[in-house]
Design a protein around this ligand. Structure first.
Ligand code: GYE
Length: 305
């Protein structure tokens, strides 16, 4: 609303301004998520103030304070890590600005500090990856793990879900684990250190908390003369287009989808709240596991147009 000379004062005043503090651009999934939120805002005529935190919480806190100072109508935060949010959310609350948490979570005792959270069940994503791997290997598998960002819900919970499943299999074990910060470059580096630290023939699978790190690990394995997807299985989370290409090529084996379309539900909640309606405290999105079987077809679908 509110464009052109014919627009009434009312229409211009109606336009919502929303501040969005995003984690960064560490992964393909993150980029899709940013683009999806921006497209959704555009479709609704929302004025979106976008801020990229480059994976640093202090940048996010600064951005949120600046949104408060600008008097935005609402703030959407995709937090880097879980802890440390209470002070700035209290400031937003005092200013009467609703906050929606998207994607990763915040550790908050007081749920009046936010309006709602839009997220997937990261524990379940970890379980799905674990179940697939246990089925594939008959529960006999020495696993190396590439963890996401330390302190981030997506890393903590995916690890929890996966470990919960493999705990039921005495011959399945995480033999090495390290954070690679959700990036491809770090995924490659850490995989290289794993391959140096043990005999690659003893590694059954790579479990990566996101596709991006899995893709980095694939490069490391190829450079070491290993056939990823075959000599060493690879399972990850996100379902970005690149991983479907890798699966179609036989380089990785399975991924759990995480929808990047969380902007719509977040804006719905903000709009409902501003109309005076009540909003649920959690809005869930869910995804399935995909394998090589449908990868070529999925890749086509997801990259067409
Ligand atoms: O899986 C990863 C991104 O928080 C769920 O962050 C998100 C994760 C996602 O960098 O690719």
């Amino acid at each position: 609303a509110g464009c052109g000379s014919g627009s009434s004062e009312g229409a211009a005043n109606d336009q919502l301004t929303v501040g969005f503090s995003q984690v960064g651009s560490e992964s393909g999934w993150r980029t899709s998520f940013t683009q999806a939120v921006q497209a959704e805002a555009r479709d609704r005529g929302i004025d979106l103030k976008f801020s990229d935190a480059q994976q640093k919480q202090e940048n996010q806190i600064r951005a949120v304070r600046s949104f408060i100072a600008q008097g935005v109508d609402a703030i959407v935060i995709a937090p880097v890590v879980e802890t440390g949010w209470k002070p700035v959310l209290t400031e937003a609350k005092r200013a009467g600005i609703p906050v929606v948490i998207v994607d990763r979570n915040m550790a908050l005792k007081d749920d009046s500090l936010y309006l709602t959270r839009v997220a997937s069940d990261f524990v379940e994503e970890g379980r799905k990856a674990g179940r697939w791997l246990m089925e594939e290997t008959g529960g006999d598998c020495d696993i190396v793990e590439l963890q996401g960002t330390v302190g981030a819900t997506a890393a903590i919970d995916r690890m929890t879900g996966f470990n919960e499943v493999i705990a039921n299999y005495p011959d399945a074990e995480i033999v090495m684990t390290q954070t690679a910060d959700f990036t491809r470059a770090r995924g490659k580096e850490i995989m290289e250190t794993f391959l140096r630290a043990m005999d690659p023939a003893d590694i059954c699978a790579v479990w990566a908390h996101n596709d991006e790190m899995a893709l980095g690990a694939v490069i490391a394995m190829k450079e070491a003369g290993i056939d990823p997807g075959d000599d060493i299985l690879v399972v990850s989370v996100d379902a970005v287009p690149d991983i479907f290409k890798a699966m179609a090529d036989g380089d990785t084996n399975a991924t759990v989808e995480l929808s990047p379309h969380m902007g719509g539900p977040a804006f719905d909640a903000i709009e409902a709240h501003l109309r005076g309606e009540s909003v649920d405290k959690l809005i869930s999105v869910n995804g399935d596991l995909f394998t090589q079987e449908t990868a070529a077809e999925e890749y086509q679908k997801r990259t067409a147009g």
